[in-house]
Design a protein around this ligand. Structure first.
Ligand code: IVH
Length: 380
C-alpha cells in the first residue's frame, strides 16, 4: 500500500529503508533483495526531487550509505567510499554516457569494465608498504576497523614489495563453492545457515573474534586505489596493484566504446552461472582519471562509474500455504505455496521445501516473509 500524501509516504520510505539498512549492515540478514531495496530508494529520491521542501538531512538519501552502530572502532575515510548508480539495460547505459558526453562537450570515453562482485567493500591502508588499517565502507564516510579480521585473509598481502603509502579498495567475498561447503559444515553442526555468499562474507568479517574469521574462506578482489602516483587511468592503477601482489580480476578489460562495454556485459552475463564467485553486474568506469576528475560526483555517486545490474536471482514474498504432494515412489514432498513473485524473469508461485525436517529447521510458518532463490531453494 502506498500513501497518496507525499510527506507520509516519504516518512514511511525513510523508516523502511532504515530498517533494511540495519538488517543489511548490522545483522547481515537482509529480508529484501537489492532490487527491491533499490526500488524503495529510487521512489524516495523521486519524491524528494518532486518535493524539495520535504528533504531533510536525516533522510537516507542525504548520506552515502547505511549508518550503523557497532563495537568496532570507527575509521574515517579520508576520501569517501562512494556507491554506484545503477542501470538495468542497454538504454540505461546509453543514457548515462549521453549525460556524461554533454558534460565534457562530446569528447568520447574509453571504459574499463570489470565484474561487480557481490561481497562487501573494504579499504586497506598501507603505510610504507605495510598493512596498517583495514576498514569497512560503513556509511561511506566512516567505516569500522576490521584490521585484525582482514589480516586473516591470506590473499591480502601484509607487506608490499615497495614501501608505499597507499589505500587499496576492493571487495571481500566468499567463493560460491567455499560458501556451500561452509554452510554444509554449519548444517552438520546444527548452526544457522547463511542466506548467500555475501551475507556469509559480511558476517565473517564482522566477527568479534578473529579466530572465527580465520576459519572462514574469505577472499578479496581489488578494484581501486587512492594515492598511486604515475597513473593516468583506472586500468593502469589496477595493473600497478596487480604488480604489487594484490588480487585483481584477470579478465578486466579496457574497451574503446560503449558497444564493446555492452558486449562485455553480455559475455560475462552468459558466464555468470559458472564463475567461481557471485556477481550482480558489471561496473563500467570511465578509464581516464582526467575525465573522471572532470565528471566528478553527484551526492554519493560518481558520474564516471556505473553498475550495470543483471536480473536478480532472489526475491522476497510471503508463504501462503504448505501443501504435501505425493511423489511417484510414495514419498511425501512438502511444497510452499507463495504469493507469486518474479525472480530472474520467471514468476514463481510454488517452491519445494524438501523435507519436514527442513521446514522445522528453517522454522517456516504460514505468513512468513521468505526469500526465493532461482535455484529453487527457499530461505526464510
Ligand atoms: S567501484 C567509485 N568496482 O559495489 C565507485 N565497486 O554499489 C566505487 N563493487 O561499494 C566502487 N565490485 O562494494 C567498484 N568492480 C567494482 C565493484 C564494486 C563490487 C561494490 C562495492 C561498492 C558497491 C557500489
Amino acid at each position: 500500500m502506498t500513501h497518496a500524501d507525499p510527506a507520509i509516504r516519504i516518512a514511511e520510505l525513510r523508516q523502511e529503508i532504515e530498517a533494511h539498512d540495519y538488517r543489511y549492515y548490522v545483522l547481515a540478514q537482509p529480508i529484501v533483495s537489492d532490487t527491491e531495496y533499490d526500488a524503495l530508494f529510487q521512489e524516495l529520491l523521486r519524491l524528494e526531487a518532486d518535493h524539495p521542501e520535504l528533504v531533510s538531512p536525516e533522510s537516507p538519501t542525504q548520506r552515502p550509505g547505511g549508518m550503523v552502530e557497532t563495537s568496532f572502532a570507527p575509521v574515517r575515510h579520508e576520501v569517501p567510499m562512494l556507491s554506484l548508480a545503477n542501470a538495468f539495460d542497454r538504454a540505461g547505459i546509453e543514457a548515462w554516457e549521453a549525460r556524461n558526453a554533454r558534460l565534457v562537450e562530446g569528447r568520447g570515453f574509453t571504459y574499463a569494465v570489470e565484474p561487480k562482485i557481490d561481497g562487501l567493500a573494504i579499504s586497506l591502508r598501507y603505510e610504507r608498504g605495510r598493512l596498517r588499517l583495514a576498514a569497512t565502507r560503513g556509511d561511506g564516510l566512516t567505516g569500522e576497523d576490521v584490521t585484525l579480521n582482514v589480516r586473516t585473509i591470506s590473499e591480502i598481502p601484509e607487506v608490499l614489495p615497495e614501501p608505499l603509502d597507499l589505500e587499496v579498495r576492493g571487495e571481500v567475498y566468499m567463493a560460491t563453492a567455499e560458501f556451500a561447503a561452509l554452510n554444509l559444515r554449519r548444517a552438520e553442526a546444527g548452526e544457522p545457515l547463511f542466506a548467500n555468499p555475501r551475507n556469509a562474507a559480511a558476517g565473517s568479517l564482522r566477527q568479534q573474534d578473529p579466530r572465527v574469521t580465520r576459519g572462514r574462506p574469505l577472499r578479496f578482489w581489488a578494484y581501486g586505489a587512492v594515492g598511486l602516483s604515475d597513473v593516468a587511468s583506472h586500468h593502469e592503477a589496477l595493473d600497478q596493484l596487480a604488480g604489487l601482489g594484490l588480487p585483481v580480476w584477470p579478465e578486466r578489460a579496457v574497451v574503446a566504446d560503449l558497444a564493446e562495454a555492452w558486449a562485455y556485459c553480455e559475455r560475462l552475463g552468459e558466464r555468470r552461472p559458472t564463475l567461481p564467485f557471485e556477481i550482480d553486474g558489471v561496473v563500467i568506469k570511465v578509464d581516464a582519471l582526467r575525465d573522471q576528475a572532470e565528471l566528478g560526483a553527484i551526492g554519493r555517486e560518481p558520474r564516471w562509474a556505473l553498475a550495470f545490474k543483471y536480473p536478480p536471482t532472489q526475491a522476497t514474498t510471503r508463504l501462503l500455504e504448505i501443501q504435501v504432494s505425493v511423489g511417484r515412489t510414495g514419498t511425501l514432498n512438502p511444497v510452499a505455496v507463495l504469493a507469486p513473485v518474479v525472480v530472474g524473469g520467471v514468476t514463481v508461485a510454488r517452491a519445494t521445501l524438501h523435507t519436514e525436517e527442513e521446514i522445522a529447521r528453517k522454522d517456516l510458518r504460514i505468513g512468513d516473509v521468505v526469500v526465493v532463490q532461482r535455484a529453487g531453494d527457499v530461505i526464510p
